[in-house]
Design a protein around this ligand. Structure first.
Ligand SMILES: NC(=O)c1ccc[n+]([C@@H]2O[C@H](COP(=O)([O-])OP(=O)(O)OC[C@H]3O[C@@H](n4cnc5c(N)ncnc54)[C@H](O)[C@@H]3O)[C@@H](O)[C@H]2O)c1
Length: 258
């Protein structure tokens, strides 16, 4: 299959103010893309712009909360006004609450679902008419290894990431006769904070996402932990969860219901 050329393509990246979003923006800039960077964090967005912007390519910043329907509805026209068209949409913005389901508030659940799920739904829904106008276009939805199974202590997060995976998979077929392709991305643990001790460099995700867009790759699994989770949850759908329960009991994790 011939590789697609990303030079001069217009790419929208949400959650671009830090971590994986910034690394994706950097790699798409390296490929020659014009960028529309989206985030709630204005200072972080400016920092990303200052590190990724090239003199010979446009780079705009857009302050937007991806869980805000009206804001997301207005965003595609704003990007199109600045760039003329849209070819690539990376739904990357995401948040999590590390706590057992019974212990965190309903507002925490609403926040995680709002950003991780509604943010992706709004992105796909409202950008689709614009993407369909391009000769080719790509939606990239960032799920997680927790999209493959429900992780204890990350129930709502896992739920949103499984839903994002399902949305991407449904779109593979629904958009098969259009110019728009979809990639479902499942990173394992990625080291996004200076203090993080474990995980892969976010640049690796950025590089592989750019390559997945060039190749119209449907599923991208990044890291040995994510590949193992993908395999184990299919090979041992119940046994995998028994092992998790055993491990959490053994570690005497507080918050487990008796
Ligand atoms: N870091 C990991 O180990 C890992 C693993 C798998 C998947 N992911 C996923 O990768 C994506 C990026 O995460 P990251 O690790 O780079 O985290 P991060 O916190 O470094 O970046 C997330 C970005 O999203 C932005 N954001 C948060 N809420 C927003 C909102 N309502 N509207 C717009 N922007 C918002 C933040 O300001 C931030 O810039 C997320 O979807 C996350 O779930 C991360």
């Amino acid at each position: 299959m011939t590789k697609r050329n990303l030079d001069e393509r217009v790419a929208v990246v949400t959650g671009a103010a830090s971590g994986i979003g910034r690394a994706i923006a950097q790699n798409l800039a390296d490929k020659g893309c014009h960028l529309a960077l989206v985030d709630v964090n204005e200072a972080g967005l400016e920092e990303t712009r200052s590190t990724v912007a090239r003199n010979d390519r446009r780079c705009t910043t857009h302050i937007a909360d991806v869980s805000d329907k009206a804001r997301m509805q207005a965003l595609p026209d704003e990007v199109a006004a600045a760039h003329g068209q849209v070819h690539i949409l990376v739904n990357n913005a995401g948040v999590s609450v590390g706590s057992f389901f019974a212990d965190h508030s309903i507002e925490d659940a609403e926040w995680v679902i709002g950003v991780n799920l509604w943010g992706v739904v709004y992105g796909c829904k409202f950008f689709l008419p614009h993407l369909k106008q391009a000769d080719w276009a790509q939606i990239v939805n960032i799920s997680s290894l927790f999209g493959f199974f429900g992780m204890p202590g990350q129930a709502c997060y896992s739920m949103t990431k499984a839903a994002v995976k399902a949305l991407s998979e449904a779109l593979w077929t629904e958009l098969a006769n259009t110019s728009v392709s979809v990639t479902s991305v499942h990173p394992g643990v990625i080291r996004v904070e200076m203090a993080d001790k474990y995980g892969l460099d976010p640049d690796k995700v950025g590089r592989l996402v750019a390559r997945a867009i060039e190749r119209k790759q449907r599923r991208l699994i990044v890291g040995g932990d994510a590949r193992a989770a993908h395999w184990f949850t299919r090979a041992l759908p119940n046994g995998f969860h028994s092992m998790l329960t055993f491990a959490f009991r053994k570690a005497n994790v507080t918050g487990m219901q008796s």
